[in-house]
Each structure stands twice: as structure tokens, then as C-alpha cells.
Design a binder for this molecule. Structure first.
Ligand code: B12
Ligand code: SF4
Length: 504
């Protein structure tokens, strides 16, 4: 059967590439459409082209994160107006908000999609009833019906690699839809290849979807790992098919939860068979050990991004990640031992938490002042995604007055330019000397509740990017440096206005 899958906001969609390979292996004909930019306008021309590519599909599937809901809706409404193809939504938002998504989509998939979509497609193709397929939901009578979840796929090695065959792949941008050819693939792929070696996380932070997933599937805190051979196999293929890849980026929720023995096995094979510099974007402090780091650095690890989120003892408990500051400092010190071989690490910090007091933020500032330099900060404005415990708390306390604005369309890069937030951002640029910090954190100054002009925050962010660029050049030269296109896209993603409605 012909199936068209759409990623409305990223070219690096693991989900639709994984689903596509799985469906192809089961004999289906799959077309993929990507929007590399979640803010590119959905013009009527673009929507017409999507409808034309999808024409004749037995199913059109859209991957939906919360911030893509309106885009998914625009595409779905258009397809409903101009065709009779059933539209199926899957991904994190339909999983946490099935009722809301079924106002627009004909069918939804909750949780993992490979087996559910494949079974659904085969049944539709044969004209057989599909209403009992597990993980699938649909409108029934006055309400909705969501079938029971199926067990998670335990053997990740049994899944085919991501679909990077460019036949039948399209990209849409404001100027229209283009067929992916090797040149366009290279342009959007840039020089970095994104990979996941596992699914799941041992934690269940109260602002993250993992908490919901675990309750839904009644699973423990297990991380499902691919075998090292399987990961190396994917990368060997990429090395051969995309010789321009200069950097591999592991996007796992928690890459370092691997045992030291597994890390050693990975490092040995990676160094011998792949030998491309790599970065790891998801690190939880308690899993950092000197042995793991030394081994990874010797195999080409060049950058790590670690989640700190807060230095406040109280907030840590509320976030469900009670990692003591001593453990964070210890991990940061270990990472710092490798500063000559690596680009300085970056640490995620969550700002704008409505339940945090000045005292909590001062504890975060204190923690940052104790971390060995150099490092950078990724400041995020707390976004209360549906399905998370913090969202439920905020709803219960009446904190969210306009969910569309404050959640669905929230820009988590745009944090409030308050005095203490800007003070935290200073650590992204340089070491703040203790005596200066003492003055800056004095009660008198804090109580003045100064708010800086937003342009200052933007300037600080840009300076931070320049600082990272210089560090990158020092360690890696031009290898793996994002292309001008990629930087432009990133800045656009951060600072341009989102367009949801179709434009004529
Ligand atoms: C890798 C990743 C990314 C990648 C790719 C994102 C993507 N959508 O493909 C990148 C780096 C681009 C990214 C960016 C962002 N991400 Co992100 N990301 C992840 C991460 C770590 C893994 C997702 C993944 O690819 N898993 C592997 C694939 C195979 O699984 P999957 O996506 O869940 O897909 C399966 C099912 O959901 C289902 N499915 C998915 N789509 C569809 C479609 C159909 C038709 C069907 C039938 C089934 C189906 O089947 C798939 C296969 O089993 C998750 C955390 C997590 N653990 O899920 C966060 C997560 C998805 N990201 C999140 C967020 C918030 C973002 C950002 C908005 C901000 C940020 N933190 O950087 C940006 C958005 C960028 C943008 N352009 O809009 C949130 C989303 C929350 C929400 N409610 O929407 C998550 C859940 C993390 C969290 N905080 O809870 N992200
Ligand atoms: S550690 Fe990261 S991925 Fe894991 S539950 Fe917490 S926020 Fe989510």
C-alpha cells in the first residue's frame, strides 16, 4: 500500500525515518515529506504539493510534537478538504493528548509506531477491520476509543536502520516542495549525522514525556539498548553513503547510562571502524565516570551536553531528579579533566520556573560558580508540556491562563530577561569573580527587580554562540562546524515568527 509520512518541523526525524524503513521492509511503498524548519510558512502552494505527493495513499501519517500541533492541523484540514485519504497522527502529542488530536486526525497512534502502523496498514490494504489494532485510537460514537498499549519493542536490533534512501523523499520550504537529491540531502544533513543508540531513560523528570510514557506502558526504568554491532553497522553504512559526514551526534536521553564494559566495547569498535569525531547531547551527571570519559575521549568524543537544570535542593525534588550538587560538581570536574581534547561542555539550565524563588535561583548561581571552567550554559524557559506532572500541577493551580500561547506556541529559548536570569547567563560567557558575584547577588540589587532589555539577552546569546564557535575551531578546525545554512536555520528557528495558517 502507498503510505505518506510527514515530519512538519525537522529533517532529522528519527520517527518517520524509522517507521518508513519498517513499512518498506513489510512491503509497503512509502513517501516521506520533511519540513526542515518548524516555522516555514505552509503556503497553499506547499499544501497543494503535499496533497499531490500523497495522492493515492491508503494512509497519510503525521508526526506531531506539541509545538507542531497547529502545523499538523493545517495539513490535515487541507487534506480533508481536498481528498478522502485517512490522516493518522502519531508521536508524543497524540500519545499524551489523544482526545485533542482526534478532533482533527481520523486515527492516532499512541506510543511506539512500528508494529502498530505496520499492522494497521496491512489490515487497511486487505480491507480487513482494523479497529482492534493495539496502540491505535479513533473517534467512536460521541467519544474516542484508544486501544490497549502493546509491549515495547525489546530487541531494537530487530529494527531496520533509518530510511535515508532519497527516492520518494521530499522537502518543503516556503518556496515550495523539492525532491531530495544527493545535493539537497547534503545541504540539510549538513556535516553532522544524528543517531540514537537506545530508547528510554532511567529517570522520570516531572517536566519530561518519559514520566508519562512509563506510566502508560507500566515499564520500569529500563533503557533499551541497541547492540554495539548494530550501532556500528548503521554508522558504517552512513560512512559509505555520506562521506561528507564529519561529526556524529548521539541523541539518546542518557547515553552514559551504559555500563563501563559496554562503553569500552563501543569505544574500541568506534575508534577502529568509524573514527569520526562525535558529540553526546544527553548526559545525566550521576552516570559520568572517569573511565567512561577517558575511553570515549580517546575514541573521538569532542563535546558533551549535560543536564543540570537547577542548583536548588527544593526544585530538584520537585523535578524528580534529586541529584546532589556535589555529584554534579564531581561530574563536571571529571569532564573538565579532558578540556584540552574537547570543546568545553554545555550544561542545560531551566529558567522561568513559576515555583522557584530568588533563593532557589541563588542556589543555581552558587552551583554554577563552583563548576570548573570553561563551560557554556543552555538556558531554557520551562515549558509545561501536556502529560507531565508539572503541567498537571500548573493546571491545578490555575497558572496556565492561555495554553496555546504559554505551552503550544511557547518559545523555550525566550526566557524572561529578569535580573537573576541574566546573572545566570553571565556564566555562559565568563567566570564571574567571587567578590563581584557577592555584590551582584546582594539583597539590595536583587530586590530592585531589574529587568533588562531583551536585546541585551540576545546579544549575550550571540556572544555565547561566537565563544562556542571559537572553541570548536580550536579543537576541530572546520570539521563538523555547522554550515552557514544550518546557523541561519537555527537563528530563524529561535527568533522568527511562527506561521500556522495557510498563506496564499
Ligand atoms: C531526538 C529528539 C529530537 C530531535 C528529533 C526530533 C523529532 N521529532 O524527530 C531534535 C534534535 C530535532 C529535537 C528537537 C526538539 N525537541 Co526533541 N526530542 C528528541 C528525543 C530525545 C527522542 C525522540 C526520538 O526521535 N525518538 C526515537 C523515535 C524513533 O521515537 P519517537 O520520536 O517517539 O517516534 C516513535 C513514536 O512516537 C511513534 N511516532 C512518532 N511519529 C509518528 C507518526 C506516525 C504517523 C505514527 C503512526 C507513529 C509515530 O512511532 C515512532 C517509532 O516508534 C525526545 C525525547 C524522547 N525520549 O522521546 C525529545 C522530545 C521529542 N523533544 C522535545 C522537544 C520539546 C524538542 C524541542 C521543541 C526543544 C528541544 N528540547 O530541543 C525541539 C523542537 C525542534 C523543532 N524543529 O521543532 C520534547 C517534545 C515534548 C512535546 N510534548 O512535544 C521531547 C518528548 C522531550 C521532552 N522534553 O519531553 N528533538
Ligand atoms: S533525564 Fe532527561 S530524558 Fe530522562 S526523564 Fe529526565 S529530562 Fe527526560
Amino acid at each position: 500500500m502507498k503510505i505518506t509520512l510527514i515530519s512538519p518541523g525537522t529533517f532529522h526525524s528519527f520517527s518517520i525515518r524509522a517507521l518508513s524503513s519498517y513499512l518498506k521492509r513489510n512491503g509497503h511503498e512509502v513517501y516521506l515529506i520533511f519540513s526542515p524548519d518548524p516555522r516555514s510558512p505552509l503556503t497553499v502552494k506547499v499544501l497543494d504539493s503535499i496533497a499531490a505527493i500523497a495522492r493515492g495513499s491508503g494512509l497519510v501519517g503525521i508526526s506531531v510534537m506539541t509545538n507542531w500541533l497547529m502545523r499538523a492541523r493545517t495539513i490535515t484540514d487541507y487534506l480533508h478538504e481536498h481528498s478522502n485519504m485517512p490522516v493518522l497522527w502519531g508521536g508524543v502529542h497524540p500519545t499524551v493528548r489523544p482526545d485533542e488530536c482526534l478532533k482533527y486526525a481520523d486515527i492516532i497512534c499512541v506510543g511506539e509506531g512500528e508494529e502498530a502502523l505496520s499492522e494497521l496498514s496491512s489490515r487497511i490494504e486487505k480491507g480487513a477491520p482494523w479497529e482492534d489494532v493495539r496502540n491505535i485510537g479513533f473517534r467512536a460514537g460521541d467519544g474516542i476509543r484508544v486501544n490497549p498499549p502493546r509491549p515495547l519493542i525489546e530487541d531494537l536490533d530487530s529494527l531496520p536502520f533509518l530510511d535515508y534512501d532519497i527516492d520518494g523523499h521530499y522537502i518543503y520550504e516556503a518556496k515550495g516542495i523539492m525532491e531530495v537529491d544527493p545535493k539537497l540531502l547534503k545541504k540539510h544533513q549538513s556535516t553532522t549525522y544524528l543517531i540514537m543508540s537506545s530508547r528510554g531513560c532511567r529517570f522520570r523528570c516531572t517536566y519530561c514525556c518519559n514520566d508519562f510514557y512509563k506510566s502508560m506502558t507500566q515499564t520500569s526504568f529500563k533503557v533499551r539498548m541497541r547492540s554495539i554491532g548494530n550501532i556500528i553497522g548503521e554508522l558504517l553504512r552512513i560512512k559509505q553513503e555520506m562521506p561528507y559526514i564529519r561529526m556524529v551526534r548521539f541523541e539518546d536521553d542518557d547515553f552514559l547510562s551504559m555500563s563501563e564494559e559496554l562503553v569500552e566495547e563501543f569505544c574500541e569498535r568506534y575508534r577502529l571502524e568509524i573514527d569520526i569525531p562525535f558529540t553526546v547531547t544527553g548526559i545525566i551527571p550521576i552516570y559520568v565516570t572517569r573511565k567512561k570519559l577517558a575511553c570515549l575521549v580517546a575514541s573521538g568524543l569532542k563535546l558533551v551536553r549535560m543536564g543540570i537544570q537547577t542548583g536548588s535542593t527544593r526544585t530538584k525534588v520537585e523535578y524528580g531528579r534529586n541529584i546532589p550538587n556535589e555529584a554534579i560538581i564531581k561530574s563536571a570536574r571529571i569532564i573538565n579533566e579532558f578540556r584540552k581534547e574537547m570543546i568545553f561542555p554545555t550544561y542545560d539550565i531551566i529558567l522561568d520556573n513559576p515555583w522557584e524563588s530568588d533563593e532557589d535561583l541563588l542556589q543555581t548561581i552558587e552551583l554554577l560558580s563552583l563548576l570548573p571552567r570553561p563551560f557554556g550554559i543552555n538556558p531554557f524557559s520551562l515549558t509545561l508540556y501536556p502529560g507531565t506532572k508539572l503541567y498537571e500541577r500548573a493546571k491545578g493551580e490555575g497558572i496556565l491562563s492561555n495554553e496555546i500561547k504559554e505551552v503550544y506556541h511557547k518559545d523555550f529559548y525566550l526566557f524572561s530577561p529578569s535580573y537573576l536570569n541574566v546573572l545566570i547567563l553571565l556564566f555562559n560567557l565568563f567566570k564571574v569573580p567571587r567578590p563581584v558575584l557577592k555584590i551582584l547577588t546582594s539583597k539590595g540589587l536583587i530586590n530592585m527587580k531589574i529587568r533588562f532589555p531583551f536585546i541585551l539577552v540576545k546579544a549575550m546569546v550571540v556572544l555565547g554562540i561566537i565563544r562556542r564557535g571559537i572553541a570548536h575551531l580550536r579543537v576541530l578546525g572546520l570539521a563538523g562546524l555547522p554550515s552557514f545554512q544550518a546557523i541561519k536555520a537555527k537563528l530563524r528557528e529561535r527568533y522568527s515568527k511562527t506561521v500556522f495558517a495557510p498563506r496564499r
